[in-house]
Design a protein around this ligand. Sequence first.
Ligand code: HEC
Length: 189
Amino acid sequence: MDSFEWNKVFMGGLASALLVMMIMWGTEELFHVEMAEAVAYPIEVPEAASASTQDVVEQGPSLAELLADATVEKGQRLFKKCSQCHSIEEGGANGTGPNLWNTVGEDVADNAAFPYSSVMAGLEGNWTFEQLDAFLTKPTSWLRGTKMSFAGLKKPADRAAIIKYLWVNGDQSDSLPQPPQTVAGLEAE
Ligand code: HEC
């Protein structure tokens, strides 16, 4: 082979190497585009999903609104779930649980004749509407170690009805929270 033919071989080799490189580069470009789309998509989806879940949560009525809408009759009906352990009338006997006359707004665990668990006896503060709502959602999670073995009330409207029933069975020293009030206003109380 003379140098001219070597040249042809060399150039041919170079050309095919270039071609291969261009193809690879092209594929890479395609691949990048696909990757970019693949990455962008799953990020956008959970964002959109969480935004809408948040909206649903935020759009749910507040405790104040639920309390305003709740009827005492519904609360009384639902209290059957509690009455196996609790009496509610003034001066009523303690059972498995303490008598619940005048609970809303009063000190937690203030029934001197009832043997509370150490965790409940150790709780500071009053039973506010919000605290009762949190406690009754799932007592054993809200207060680990409580003796109140009750699964809880999942529906916010059911809890509001029972809390309203507890409230009318007491001296009502705390007034019902008013729906137009802001959450910040309630916490400041
Ligand atoms: C299986 C029995 C049982 C049932 C059912 C039950 N409770 Fe209780 N409850 C208890 C016991 C026991 C305690 C005391 C908990 C402790 O000392 O840890 C208690 C404590 C409480 C307290 C705190 C009282 C205080 O003096 O601070 C409230 C409020 C309360 N229960 C409300 C309810 C409501 C409302 C229901 C129904 C939705 C209910 N309970 C259902 C057994 C029960």
